[in-house]
Design a protein around this ligand. Structure first.
Ligand code: F42
Length: 321
């Protein structure tokens, strides 16, 4: 099992890069930086991380084809690949509807948009002239090297698309049941496209919270879990037996800005379904289950733990080594 780690650039790049260096020293293989217009810029953050690390791979986790023109995305990730000595990975997904609404962006045909964008970006990275996806002979003026492309996916069609064309898939989920559903869909997509299942790395982009004190770890995860619960489609909540009334209560608390009540509304079942939370031994048990479902990489995502720095060291010492 490989281990990646997610950082949200909601702090200055130097701080995120400090944590990324700690993650590298603790044994993580990949750092994924999220992309939302209202946080620090993902590529600037990755550039700073590139300069203070030596071997950890560096990915956008994930960007999208709506807020950035994909010719610019190709140039940005190629630059990160150059700065880092070939360590870049492009993570791209359809994006986050809530932020698009606020930006006045239409979420038009996300599936085809991701597919066309990946084809165009591969062509840009191969220094070809691009004449699809609305481009009229655009091309990059420099060579980027080989950069893997991972697709962020949850829905069945996006998972199938990832199986058909991506080097990997980043799935926002933490529970084996979600992967028992997703992995066969990805593999079918790969098979239909004449590829091998092993051509597509499956990554569990999981909400993760580790501490020696289980209660502290679980409490730190609750706010993240609350947001996942209210953002999850009905079929996913049903898969985990989550009561719709409990979900509606959390949703209404968050809408009112009453985060205390939202946290109180998060049940142990919700924590179990939507995060990997607890002591390192609890996490190891869950990781073993995920391995059996076909997951290749666990991405340790927010909150990481009640004290991020301490938790990275703890995960490194007790889970990764
Ligand atoms: N989003 C961000 O904006 N920033 C991030 O940093 C970020 C990180 C991240 C990490 C891991 C991860 O898994 C997701 C992440 N996301 C992030 C969210 C990501 O961008 C997507 O929102 C998320 O993966 C959800 O995608 P989805 O697979 O559920 O796809 C949506 C669009 C969906 O509805 N898919 C359907 C499906 O079955 O897969 C298909 C919908 C469809 O077929 N649409 C048709 C089409 O052509 O697109 C059009 C249908 C019509 O009627 O028009």
């Amino acid at each position: 099992m490989e281990f990646g780690i997610e950082f949200v650039p909601n702090e200055p790049a130097a701080k995120v890069a400090y944590m990324a260096k700690l993650a590298e020293d603790s044994g993580f293989s990949t750092v994924w930086v999220t992309d939302h217009y209202n946080n620090r810029d993902a590529y600037s953050t990755l550039a700073v991380i590139s300069l203070i690390t030596n071997k950890i791979k560096l990915g956008t986790g994930v960007t999208n084809p709506y807020t950035r023109n994909v010719a610019v995305t190709a140039s940005s990730i190629a630059s990160i690949n150059e700065i880092s000595g070939g360590r870049a990975i492009l993570g791209i997904g359809p994006g986050d509807k809530a932020t698009f609404d606020a930006m006045g962006i239409d979420w038009d045909k996300p599936l085809s948009r991701v597919k066309d964008s990946v084809i165009a970006i591969r062509a840009f990275l191969g220094k070809q002239k691009v004449n699809q996806a609305g481009f009229k002979g655009a091309s990059l003026a420099f060579s980027a090297g080989k950069i893997p492309i991972y697709i962020g996916a949850q829905g069945p069609k996006m998972l199938e698309l990832a199986g058909a064309m991506a080097d990997g898939v980043l799935i926002n989920a933490s529970h084996p049941d979600d992967f028992k559903y997703a992995v066969p869909v990805i593999r079918q997509g790969a098979e239909n496209a004449g590829r091998k299942a092993s051509d597509v790395k499956v990554c569990a982009y999981a909400s993760f919270s580790a501490d020696k004190d289980k209660a502290k770890a679980v409490n730190a995860a609750k706010m993240v879990v609350a947001f996942i619960v209210i953002g999850s489609p009905a079929n996913v909540l049903e898969r985990h037996g989550i009561n719709p009334e409990a979900t509606a209560k959390i949703s209404s608390s968050i809408a009112k800005g009453d985060f205390g009540s939202a946290i109180t509304g998060v049940t142990p079942e919700m924590v179990d379904a939507f995060s990997i939370s607890g002591t390192p031994d609890d996490a190891k048990a869950r990781i073993e289950e995920l391995t059996k479902t076909g997951v290749d990489q666990i991405v340790v995502g927010s909150p990481i733990g009640p004290d991020k720095e301490r938790s990275i060291k703890l995960i490194g010492k007790s889970i990764l080594k």
